[in-house]
Unconditional design. Structure first.
Length: 327
């Protein structure tokens, strides 16, 4: 049910037939054209099949006698059908070729490059920059400037995943040891849900992602905020939670900028409270869901690599209070 609640914030349906960008628009047009043309061909084939069965020919004294005129008409009909079929196949091939050229041209002047790495079962999102201080690593949500081309560099650390945000672009595989490139562009601001489209293990269905397209000034503000170190805790509970976090095994997997927590095998938590979801779209972001995820990750996402940490009630509330302040 959680992912249904998350979808309420999305711009339109998670559908390849609800395009919100030039790549998705090109693919949607191609789908509709192929479907319509194939439907016409199917109808014509059915007519050609049924019509001779429905026609009544006068009885002949010689059943095996051939009508030369009728035979010639049949030959011409078959030759014409073969020719039309060949033209349709060539035409569809050319349409696919020009569609690929259109898709390839989307990112030709992309100023922003984002490296997306697939893990079981979450997405690592790294914003590349010439200045090391401007490199940002986050997880599961991809913010982009609306109306501008963006280049996604796709790879995986474990098994084959597939990145697919249907309203924005077609899907492309993330393969261990190999790099694929997907150029995207969102026509207008909005939240567009995506999904891993290649079976990758027990929690494949709970490996969601979101593209959040924003006007350029809003995107720049978000990026600058994300580049800052984590906010220092202010309340007593949050301070106690920060101390607990840094003393427990959490620091072995997670990173929080501005602290000694430097793990790289799990999502970066520097600004976790600014995200819309937890566990790659499995839960909406809230205090209750954050506590539930920390207390029993295997009950929410069985098979995930998030271990159960032994915490009593006060310790759990303190850590949740700390993480809630990381915006």
């Amino acid at each position: 049910m959680a992912w249904l609640l998350v979808l309420q914030g999305c711009a339109g349906w998670q559908s390849a037939l609800d395009p919100k960008g030039p790549a998705a628009g090109e693919l949607a047009w191609l789908i509709w054209f192929f479907t319509g043309l194939c439907a016409v061909v199917w109808v014509l084939v059915m007519v050609a099949l049924v019509a001779p069965l429905m026609m009544r020919s006068p009885a002949r004294s010689e059943p095996l006698a051939l009508d030369a005129g009728a035979e010639h008409r049949k030959v011409r009909l078959v030759v014409t059908a073969v020719g039309v079929t060949a033209l349709i196949l060539v035409g569809l091939t050319l349409l696919s070729f020009f569609a690929n050229r259109t898709l390839a041209a989307i990112g030709s002047d992309a100023a922003l490059t984002i490296r997306v790495t697939g893990h079981q079962w979450w997405w690592e999102v790294r914003y590349e920059a010439a200045q090391p201080s401007r490199i940002l690593t986050t997880a599961n949500e991809i913010h982009i400037p609306a109306g501008e081309p963006v280049r996604l560099v796709l790879t995986s650390t474990d098994v084959i995943h597939s990145f697919w945000v249907p309203s924005i672009a077609g899907k492309l595989d993330l393969i261990p040891g190999y790099v694929n490139v997907l150029d995207i562009k969102a026509d207008k601001p909005g939240v567009y849900r995506g999904q891993c489209a290649e079976f990758c293990g027990a929690q494949h269905a709970n490996m969601g992602t979101f593209i959040i397209a924003e006007p350029r000034p809003q995107f720049d503000g978000w990026l600058n905020d994300q580049l800052r170190a984590a906010a220092a805790p202010t309340s007593a509970d949050a301070k106690a939670g920060a101390d607990l976090f840094l003393k427990r095994a959490c620091v072995m997997c997670h990173r929080i900028g501005g602290t000694v927590a430097g793990g790289t095998v799990a999502p970066d938590l520097t600004h976790i409270a600014s995200r819309q979801t937890l566990a790659a779209g499995t839960l909406t972001m809230s205090r209750g869901n954050l506590a539930a995820w920390i207390a029993d990750p295997q009950g929410i996402k069985p098979g995930s690599h998030m271990p159960v940490v032994d915490l009593d009630g006060d310790e759990l509330n303190a850590i949740v209070a700390y993480l809630e302040g990381l915006k």
